[in-house]
Design a protein around this ligand. Structure first.
Ligand code: ADP
Ligand code: MG
Ligand code: ZN
Length: 628
């Protein structure tokens, strides 16, 4: 096609008009402030619904005309801490709002921020320039292109949208706390670097490795490190991107991806969130998803289609290996599994060391203390924590980070933003008694984690907080520890009732009660810690396809169900009695602590214990007690 300036002018007028509206429509009012709500992780819409069914979703903020949601969720899969996760919502999901309401989720919609007048004006001026410039570009291209007509116009064609990095620049030393996984992958690096040494003895090089682990534990980082260590290119794509595609595009993308990879072998192909495409086929309420199945089938075909020795190694990541289609796990596909987990104390320390390298810190900052205070934190959480602390340091105009910035950041990551303290009032007194109730029981029970601090400064949803220093090994908990936690969690309500009377108790304890019930129930149904005996009466996960709790709930008779309820009630009842007794016995010291708390707003653990010790003996705890 030969373009002359005359045709160019002729064409530019309608494009101008149409384009102008697009410009206004797309770049004008749709820019929202979703970017300022940084959520480090994402999840698929499907998983979000699962979380909703599990009752893990606490709050949903809608952005971009309800296309994006920032979800605050908490659950065992998320390390029992509030996490902010970004979810892309499908175009029309009106039933979602009803569902969210029913689930009692905090819901807020953020209308688009209208752009300022200057931007509007700038846009108006800029647009003609862009159009004319673009047309001129097309004009030049089509005049000089040797590839024939229409070359520059082919923007309708599906383009491969995977990422390729020639050099990831990440090495194993950047990944910490996952030593076993690193060892396992060391071998993969050797495959990529010296395939001869394996093929010479007739060994087949594995094609696929499945990386399993919760979000933020460094799966992507590890995959990049393998490519970096071996010095090979890194191709990556995310499973959730496939699913958003138009029909047929997912499969063709897989084909493109593998073709490119084979051309660039040796290399690493990384498929993130493979569960988005790789779920068990033919299941799911509301029928299957053809597009997903096609994509998955193409993936399986591609995995079979190349020999292990071509030098392409496919690494896929997921946090739910249990829901993957079994065809994916067959020999010759993802037959190797490497799991990474939320780091333990040593792992956290190692990760903190990696991320502290490029930060300025005062010499008094002890990474060990931080690692102690952060059980359940993933690598991404720890990286985020140090970054938050660094930002805070800059905001406070300090030259180097101190423990104070880190402390503030930990509180913020765990419990949300700090609010303004209540003014002195009756409800402030009640909250103070509630918190001191938790803290005094936490201090006096031998098997309870020690108090780290009590505060009346609200944070997130909580209007006051009592922090405990957890022992590091949270994976093995004894019966007496769970009972102590139940008594401690009931301490808030017990204090309200004992001090203010039955009529004055508040809704402030609802979160505590939820935890109490869940702990007591698990004692009975999962841990065999009740009079029913050592039986497991509920499977942990439930059926992921039917929505948890829907499938396989009734493995026992009604009689057993009644019995479970009875046991749960008995446990909670006993614990509540004990909680009230401790409160009554320690009324004098509690009054003093409450006065102090209202005056100071925060009491550190050591100070708290020193005061309690003046009145009664505190049992020795063999846990580490935080220094600050
Ligand atoms: P995943 O893919 O498992 O969700 P990522 O690899 O994307 O997690 O981790 C996100 C970020 O968190 C990384 O870029 C890194 O900064 C930090 N991180 C996570 N795990 C580790 C780790 N084991 N060692 C060092 N940094 C980590
Ligand atoms: Mg990742
Ligand atoms: Zn409470």
């Amino acid at each position: 096609m030969k373009l002359s300036w005359k045709t160019l002018l002729l064409w530019s007028l309608p494009i101008f008009v149409v384009g102008f509206f697009f410009w206004q429509g797309f770049l004008g009012p749709t820019t929202t402030d979703v970017g300022s709500n940084i959520a480090s992780s994402r999840m698929t819409y499907g998983r979000f619904l699962e979380y909703l069914d599990m009752g893990w979703v606490k709050r949903v903020d809608l952005y971009e005309n309800n296309h994006t949601a920032i979800v605050e969720a908490v659950g065992p899969e998320l390390g029992n801490r509030v996490q902010r996760i970004r979810v892309e919502l499908p175009a029309s999901a009106p039933e979602l709002i009803t569902k969210l309401r029913k689930a009692n989720v905090d819901l807020d919609a953020h209308p688009p921020k209208s752009t300022s007048a200057i931007w509007g004006l700038l846009g108006n001026l800029l647009f003609p320039l862009v159009v004319v410039g673009g047309l001129a570009f097309l004009f030049r291209r089509s005049n000089s292109a040797s590839g024939g007509p229409g070359q520059a116009m082919s923007f309708g064609k599906s383009k491969a949208l995977f990422q390729m990095e020639a050099k990831t620049g990440v090495v194993f030393n950047d990944v910490a706390g996952v030593e076993e996984a690193k060892e396992e992958f060391q071998e993969v690096v050797t495959f990529l670097k010296q395939p001869e040494s394996f093929t010479a003895v007739g060994a087949k090089i594995p094609k696929g490795v499945l990386l399993v682990g919760p979000p933020g534990t460094g799966k992507t980082l590890l995959a990049k490190a393998i490519a970096g260590e071996a010095g090979v290119p890194f191709f990556s794509i995310s499973g959730s991107e496939f699913v958003e595609m138009f029909v047929g595009v997912g499969a063709s993308r897989v084909r493109d991806l593998f073709k490119k990879a084979k051309d660039n072998a040796p290399c690493i192909v990384f498929i993130d969130e493979i569960d988005a495409v790789g779920r068990q086929r033919g299941t799911g309420v509301g029928g299957g998803n053809d597009e997903r199945e096609q994509t998955l089938n193409q993936l399986l075909t591609e995995m079979d289609g190349f020999e292990g020795n071509t030098g392409v190694i496919v690494i896929a990541a997921t946090n739910r290996a249990d829901i993957l289609d079994s065809a994916l796990l067959r020999p010759g596909r993802f037959d190797r599994q490497v799991s990474v987990d939320v780091p333990d104390f040593k792992g956290r320390l190692a990760i903190l060391e990696v991320h502290a390298k490029n930060k300025k810190m005062e010499s008094q900052v002890s990474l060990e203390t931080i690692a102690r205070r952060t059980p359940g934190f993933s690598g991404a959480d720890l990286a985020n924590l140090l970054n938050e602390a660094a930002i805070l340091t800059a905001r406070r105009r300090k030259n180097a980070m101190t423990m104070s910035e880190i402390d503030t950041s930990i509180d913020r990551v765990v419990a949300g933003m700090e609010g303004t303290p209540l003014i002195d009032s009756k409800s402030k007194r009640l909250i103070a008694y509630h918190e001191v109730g938790h803290a005094i029981i936490g201090s006096l029970l031998e098997h309870h984690d020690p108090v780290q601090k009590v505060t009346l400064i609200p944070r997130g949803q909580a209007r006051g907080l009592t922090w405990f220093t957890p022992s590091d090994d949270q994976s093995l908990i004894s019966r007496s520890q769970i009972l102590a936690r139940i008594v401690g969690a009931l301490g808030g309500r017990a204090a309200e009732e004992v001090i203010f009377g039955d009529a004055e108790v508040t809704t402030g304890a609802s979160n505590d009660l939820q935890q109490v019930t869940s702990m007591a129930r698990q004692m009975v149904t999962r841990f065999g810690m009740s009079k029913i005996g050592p039986l497991s009466l509920e499977s942990q996960g439930g059926d992921p396809f039917l929505g948890r709790g829907m499938g396989g709930g009734s493995e026992y008779s009604d009689e057993v169900a009644t019995n479970i309820d009875k046991q749960v009630r008995e446990i909670v009842g006993e614990c509540y009695k004990e909680a009230k007794k401790i409160i009554k016995d320690n009324r004098v010291v509690m009054d003093r602590l409450v006065d102090l708390l209202i005056e100071k707003e925060t009491i550190e653990g050591n100070e708290f214990r020193d005061i309690v010790k003046e009145y009664t003996a505190i049992p020795e705890k063999n846990y580490y007690i935080s220094q600050f």
